[in-house]
Structure formats: structure tokens, C-alpha cells
Design a protein around this ligand. Structure first.
Ligand SMILES: [Mn+2]
Length: 220
């Protein structure tokens, strides 16, 4: 997996309220983006606490991680969080999010993943886990609301597909909002034979999920 993270704090604040993490466990890759409410030091504390929590509970299910992280963050300001798990053996990507964390899967088809309403550390009612196909050459982008929503990355066709760091930095530069912290995590399942990714990713649609499961989260 080729993974890149790019972050930018509002007004060059030394504290960034957005945080990202990625981990490898067995044949799985776990990707996380968290946005502490507001910005500045207290937002940073909440976002880092969320990512730290995920990193210590990688073998738990997505509903378990969100439910327990919600409890663990009660003494913080709270955070928005998106979590994706790539399972190489199954060829799938599962995503769940709370708040306005955003994720888009770009492959043969494009999937805009859905986050559920609520705040990690402030409660939520329902958590939806969505699972879509994910194959060599495919890409997933997780980002906070400090980066404008995007429907594809075809505008970056001059960037080599494997240069995910350059892509992440360009997106933050081009699409990062002046009014908020911004963070993006780009993950591409590297495969030298599939070099046309950025060019064939122009199609857009929220197409049918392969297997969606809804799980009850913690009641607020
Ligand atoms: Mn934000």
C-alpha cells in the first residue's frame, strides 16, 4: 500500500486540529482521519486522542472502535472521525465515519462513502459500516471538512499514480479551505501494471454498495 498524509493548520497555527494515522495488521491496512472540534490546541488534543485510541485497538471491529473511542474522548472537546479498513485477501474496503469526515474510493467505480451523524466523544445514535470492492490500483482518499469535497482526481492526471505524497500535498494546496485546518490521507493499492488510475477515474457516482451493514452504535 502506498500511503501519504498531508496536513495544514489554520493560519499556520503550531497546533493542528486534524490528525491522520495508518497501520498494517496482517493483510489489513487501517486508515484514520480525525478532526477535533474547532481548531487550535484543544482540537489537536481531541484529534490525537482519537487517532491514538484507534492505534491501540486495531483488532477490534469498526463499531467497537467507535463505541469505545466515543467513551474514551468524553473528557475532550470531541472529534469527527473516519476509519477505513482495507482487506487485501477479500479485496474489500470497509468504511465508517462519525461527523463530516469524508472518504472517496476511486477504482473501476467511484464510491463516495457515508459518515453517520454525531461526534466521537459527544455521542452518536447509529453507525453505518459500508463495504465496497477494492483491488490493486485502486485508491481511497480520506479527508476532513477543511478540504473541499471532490468527485474524482482526474484533474491531477499529470501526477504519477504511485506518487501519492505529491497528490496529497497538491489536493491540500488546491482544495484546502482558508477557514479551517485541513488534512488528507491518500492510500493506493500499488500495482505497477495499473498506471492509468488517475485518468480512468473521471466517472463519478454513488453506486450500489456491495455489502452494507448497519450496526447500532452507542446511544447518546
Ligand atoms: Mn474541520
Amino acid at each position: 500500500m502506498q500511503i501519504a498524509i498531508a496536513k495544514r493548520a489554520l493560519a499556520d497555527d503550531p497546533h493542528c486540529g486534524d490528525e491522520c494515522g495508518s497501520w498494517r495488521v496482517g493483510g489489513k491496512t487501517i486508515l484514520c482521519v480525525a478532526d477535533g472540534l474547532g481548531h487550535g490546541e484543544h482540537a489537536e488534543v481531541a484529534a490525537k486522542a482519537a487517532v491514538d485510541y484507534v492505534g491501540r485497538h486495531l483488532s477490534d471491529s469498526l463499531p467497537e472502535i467507535f463505541a469505545d473511542c466515543d467513551r474514551a474522548l468524553r473528557d475532550t472537546r470531541g472529534a469527527v472521525m473516519g476509519l477505513a479498513v482495507v482487506d487485501e485477501e477479500k479485496g474489500t474496503l470497509s468504511y465508517a465515519g462519525i461527523g463530516n469526515a469524508r472518504a472517496i474510493v476511486i477504482g473501476e467505480k467511484t464510491f463516495k462513502m457515508t459518515s453517520s451523524y454525531g461526534i466521537v466523544g459527544g455521542g452518536y445514535k447509529v453507525l453505518t459500516v459500508e463495504t465496497v470492492p477494492f483491488s490493486p490500483g485502486d485508491m481511497v482518499i480520506l479527508h476532513t471538512d477543511g478540504v473541499e469535497e471532490m468527485s474524482d482526481v482526474s484533474g491531477y492526471a499529470e501526477i504519477a499514480p504511485e506518487d501519492v505524497q505529491r497528490l496529497a500535498e497538491r489536493i491540500v494546496r488546491d482544495r484546502g479551505l482558508k477557514s479551517d485546518d485541513a488534512a488528507i490521507l491518500v492510500c493506493r493499492w500499488g500495482d505497477p501494471s495499473s498506471t492509468g488510475l488517475l485518468r480512468r477515474s473521471s466517472r463519478y457516482g454513488c453506486e450500489g454498495r456491495v455489502a452494507g451493514t448497519a450496526t447500532e452504535g452507542e446511544a447518546t
